[in-house]
Design a binder for this molecule. Structure first.
Ligand code: MC0
Length: 140
């Protein structure tokens, strides 16, 4: 089901400062910046690699307010690794397959994600404490 790691989502208090950290330290560059009101984030995608199977990203996430998933995460745990996103070929089929396991989807239907992707989250309590995201990238 999982094709590769699509991105790692990193919670930060200040998006501009986090971008500068990755640009200065690793020479990464920003491919896109978006606001996703449904998810309560301002985010930036920085491409890490361009492997044969498709690119991999660092996704920097600044909450739009305290009562959002990332806002609550930072208040509880501080800045840091928020989730891992795995690329799948067909997110509807992947969600149906997950439905036959004990793992609880947090989204019954795919939602809008970065770079036009379709995304769905899986509960961290069912996956060893790791918030996990399925990502069907936009057709290129
Ligand atoms: C919360 N918890 C996490 C966690 N966030 N555990 C691991 N990783 C995370 N990221 C844990 C807390 O430590 C706590 O554990 C328990 O979940 C309840 O925490 P809470 O603060 O009361 O939070 P809830 O229950 O209201 O919500 C947690 C949940 C939520 C994961 C269900 O954040 C959610 O639905 N997330 C999915 C959407 C999301 O994260 N969107 C933002 C990224 P204990 O053991 O102390 O009880 S959007 C995104 O990334 C898009 C743009 C994209 O990729 O394209």
């Amino acid at each position: 089901m999982l094709l590769r790691i699509d991105h790692v989502g990193i919670a930060c208090r200040n998006l501009d400062e986090a971008i500068a950290r990755y640009e200065t330290t690793f020479g990464l560059t920003v491919t896109s910046r978006e606001v996703n009101p449904e998810q309560g984030v301002r985010e930036a995608m920085l491409q890490v690699g361009d492997a044969a199977g498709g690119p991999t990203w660092v996704q920097l996430l600044e909450p739009t307010g305290p009562d959002t998933p990332v806002g609550k995460f930072i208040a509880r745990r501080g800045e840091g690794l928020h989730h891992v996103g795995y690329a799948v070929a067909d997110i509807t089929a992947a969600l149906a397959s997950i439905g036959a396991t004990h793992v609880r989807p947090l989204d019954q239907r795919p939602r809008h994600g970065s770079l036009g992707a379709s995304i769905a989250f899986l509960h961290p309590a069912d996956l060893g404490g790791v918030l996990t995201e399925l990502v069907e990238p936009a057709a290129s």
